[in-house]
Design a protein. Structure first.
Length: 116
């Protein structure tokens, strides 16, 4: 915040699984959030008992990823996204969600033209 002396356009690209706080930054600058997601992150397949490994921390999670587990996870992601959108709107941050399997050009064009 203190490094940018003039009003600037700041584009933040992330998956936003942690809720951001752009409140102070958005007061002085125009902030645009681009949410990048893979559809599997929002709708994981049911694949039974498995071990998952975090590629960054190498931490492992074992569990039964059955249909009820994945449905509960989908509901949590949906609720998280609702809170995320609410927070971004409250902070007056324009945003768009782009999936890894789609052409992002049209969505980003609309976003930058202010038609989102």
């Amino acid at each position: 915040m203190s490094r940018l002396k003039r009003r600037s356009l700041i584009i933040v690209i992330a998956d936003y699984f942690d809720l951001p706080d752009f409140k102070v930054l958005a007061r002085k600058h125009e902030v645009i959030a681009i949410i990048v997601r893979d559809r599997v992150e929002e709708h994981p397949p049911s694949f039974g008992f498995s071990t998952l490994r975090d590629p960054e921390t190498r931490a492992e999670l074992e569990g039964d990823f059955n249909r009820s587990t994945t449905k509960a996870y989908e509901a949590k992601v949906l609720e998280h996204d609702r809170k995320l959108y609410e927070k971004l709107r409250k902070d007056q941050v324009r945003f768009a969600k782009v999936y890894t399997d789609e052409q992002a050009v049209v969505k980003l064009k609309r976003l930058f033209e202010g038609n989102v």
